[in-house]
Design a protein around this ligand. Sequence first.
Ligand code: ATP
Ligand code: MG
Length: 429
Amino acid sequence: MPHTPSPINKPNTILCRYCEIALKGANRSMFERALVENILRSLGGRVQVEPVRVRGRLWLHSKQGTFSNKELRILKQRLAKVYGLASFSPGISVAPEMEEIERAALELAAAPLMSLLKEHDSPSFRIRTRRADKQFPLKSKDVEIRLASAISEQLDPRQQLRVNLENADFTLGCEIRRDKAFLFLDSFSAPGGLPAGSNASCLALLSGGIDSPVACAMLMKRGCRVDFITFHSHPYTPPRSVGKVRDVAKTLNSLQPPGKLFICNLAEIQKLIRDTCSPRYRTILYRRFMFRIAEAIAKRNGNQALATGEAVGQVASQTIANLAVINAATDVLVLRPLTGLDKEEIIKIAKTIDTFDISIEQVPDSCTVFAPKSPATTSKLKKIEAEEAKLDLESLLTKTIENTWNSAEKPRTAFRDDTRRKHYENNHR
Ligand code: ATP
Ligand code: MG
């Protein structure tokens, strides 16, 4: 019997899977709510979806009935970056009844199978069923047999299709739940982890380099919401030093409930250090003051930890000895998610979160302006404290902290798409 198309020949639902949230006990619904909020924010109203939470899964039903190709493109692009999501599949959801399931399977399989049959002499296929609703009258195997026969009879008049359960050219997925049955062809991977904003917030020291944005993204993936603090040295650094960090913060804010950006002018403190202390220890001293300022802002802003893009051994200020001395400037927990990564691994992540292109723009950084020629690779806390004792900057520090607190910028987000990346690349060759 020839197959007659029905109105549901386009995806009407996205099935979202998550793994780590599923392990959560009593807090689970809080994590799920954060995930839904993040998904809706990432879609920015460009795709109208109705989210429905079911055990261990999330449905995103189209509010318009079905998703257009443009909407599917946006969904694939945005959902692939939502922390907490493990994978997702666009497909057709129907009432959990066998006739409906069969009809949807034929609708979904028709076009791709047709082109497969044109390209191959005897392509292989398989049906994969997951029966979450154990009350459903047919067992998974029976559902698979029934769908496979319907597909062979109706879509394969020349009997070319072979079943191959291990390695098929074509796989049709079927998931049966109490409220809906769902048929799909593809699964796309998402970053996993926990939904950004489901854990406590931290304040990240965000520079114009490649590393610190990656550190922020890694913490967002562990559920933190991240606020940012950046240090510049105006008038010794150009306005673009801050502009660049602003662009990075906007891009990072597309991955989380947006965080604030605090902007601190460190120039006066740096000049005092340059004029008073041993040049070898300058970078360590700058960093200790960065930490002190960041700690004061974090406490006032309600952030429970600081975060940096430091990695053990990367540069002189990041030897274990120097990290320990820098760390001693603060009592707050300092998270360093890049500790064990090498630069190539960091760059790979920077590219996936769209900050790499911004970070590689060459702009003088606060720390490089007054950087010593040969920084110390080891320092002793006593020595550094003696250097600091030479400084009289209590009131300068208080003023700097106050100015930084008042510099907070309203969170903004940016969704970098290919058009914007091309524009950037054309202008920065
Ligand atoms: P790069 O990719 O060049 O290593 P970076 O920002 O990591 O960039 P580092 O000198 O390695 O530069 O700095 C270590 C960490 O110190 C940064 O990851 C960041 O957390 C913090 N930091 C350094 N400079 C600044 C700054 N100007 N403003 C805010 N944080 C800074
Ligand atoms: Mg670095």
